[in-house]
Design a protein around this ligand. Structure first.
Ligand SMILES: [Zn+2]
Length: 440
């Protein structure tokens, strides 16, 4: 490692207190995604913009040119450009500033989802892991470079974007791309410390959100024996939609079991691709009581599928499977399930031999400084969820994911991020920027 890189790594360590307090400050500013389901938009709108204003102040203080890209009022994206001297490759460091809602605040440690408290080597609070920690680790890298008096050749573009949590990318990442912020590569700092710490994620799965609806026929449950016992009137008497829904649930689980053997991708663990039945609602018309036989059942779920498979093929496969399962039941054969496709988040996939993957992997190894915890296998692993890297890739900017925190700690109570993850990621981001953009 050359002296300039050593100097920057030392600088990251020297800046630890400043880095932690910057993260703690961002966590203390609530920034719930305003279009998230069941969120009162009016009461949370503006949080993202306030949080990004605080982030932009950090960008300014290290000498970035700052641009607030705002296509929806109260939802400005912060873009800070650490201008290069010229002649190098450019790089985008991107993370989303929005979070999911906190659930019941009283259940959180200190009864405060936005505590930003630092203790036992962790920083706590909603958004600490997903993913203000990632944003700050990228900012910390730029700060260490700037404070070491080092200039890069290519531009380093830092971004805090809005609206990732429910795919409002037109207001967030895609808005920054349309505003002209493009580069030779991008790294999204979503939390990738899962399976092993700080893995490089060259791919994400595709995500489909679907619903399956089945119908029943109402009657008095006192005559249940007529439609469930041999010799009874059968479906002439009544049909319980909840039990027909259970057949569809069993079919979804059977298909998922088969996918465990058939759906594969080299960047994902065996059996990764799944069909998650998320909600089931069924009942009679009117109040949800068992005194009328149920007339409807609706299962909503999400599918995680391999990035190399087209979404249309996955939809067809699920539809065919459910229709075949339905055909085994006379009522469902005559009244087939209705399948709805509610949303789609496309996967992304970058060759693991791509220079941005290779540069980041080599930089991570140097940043880990022989610490075995950060060097255990695998070093490459698909991201366990979807993210904005998809929209960079769709715009022709090769983008991968790498960042501090374990996604298992996201979208849950007492979200937190380990300090050593944050610091190691900051170092890897600093070395990657120096290697990729070149040092003037
Ligand atoms: Zn996230």
């Amino acid at each position: 490692m050359d002296d300039e890189k050593k100097k920057v790594l030392t600088k990251v360590d020297e800046l630890q207190d400043e880095i932690l307090s910057a993260l703690s400050e961002l966590v203390r500013i609530p920034s719930i995604s305003p279009n998230y389901p069941n969120v009162d938009k009016a009461s949370v709108l503006g949080g993202e913009g306030r949080c990004n204003a605080a982030l932009a102040a950090h960008y300014r203080k290290i000498g970035c040119d700052v641009d607030m890209v705002e296509v929806e009022a109260g939802r400005a994206n912060a873009v800070g450009v650490l201008k290069g001297t010229g002649g190098g490759k450019s790089l985008i460091y991107n993370g989303h500033i929005d979070t999911v809602p906190p659930g019941d605040s009283a259940d959180w440690k200190w009864q405060d989802p936005w505590s930003g408290k630092i203790g036992d080597g962790k920083i706590y609070g909603l958004g600490s892991c997903d993913m203000k920690g990632g944003i700050i680790s990228q900012f910390a890298a730029a700060m260490a470079i700037a404070r070491s008096g080092i200039r890069l050749k290519g531009d380093l573009i830092l971004e805090g974007v809005v609206g990732e949590e429910n795919q409002d990318h037109e207001a967030g990442t895609t808005a920054t791309i349309k505003a002209g912020y493009r580069a030779d590569a991008a790294v999204v700092s979503e939390p990738t410390s899962r399976v092993s710490r700080l893995v490089v994620a060259p791919a994400s799965p595709g995500l489909l959100y679907f619903a399956v609806n089945v119908k029943g026929k109402a009657t008095h449950p006192g005559i249940r024996y007529e439609f469930v016992r041999a010799g009874g009137l059968g479906s002439e008497a009544g049909v319980n939609a909840v039990e027909k829904g259970a057949l569809m649930l069993a079919a979804l689980q059977k298909l998922e079991e088969q996918w465990g053997f058939t759906k594969k991708h080299p960047s994902f663990p065996a059996g990764y691709f799944t069909i998650h039945p998320g909600t089931i609602i069924g009942g009679p018309p009117g109040p949800l009581v068992p005194f009328i036989v149920s007339t409807y059942c609706r299962i909503e779920g999400v599918i995680w599928f391999p990035p190399q498979e087209p979404a249309e093929a996955i939809k067809q496969e699920l539809t065919d499977y459910l229709m075949k399962a339905a055909a085994l039941d006379p009522w469902l054969e005559a009244n087939p399930p209705e399948i709805e496709w509610l949303s789609y988040w496309a996967p992304y996939q970058v060759d693991s031999g791509h220079p941005i993957c290779q540069t980041l992997m080599a930089s991570h190894e140097q940043a880990a400084q022989g610490n075995p915890e950060f060097l255990s296998a695998p070093r490459l692993q698909g991201f366990a969820a979807v993210c904005d890297a998809t929209f960079f890739n769709q715009a022709g900017i090769p983008a991968i994911t790498y960042g501090p925190g374990n996604v298992l700690m996201a979208h849950r109570l007492n979200e937190h991020i380990p300090v050593d993850d944050l610091m190691t990621a900051a170092k890897a981001f600093a070395l990657t920027a120096m290697e990729w953009c070149g040092v003037a």
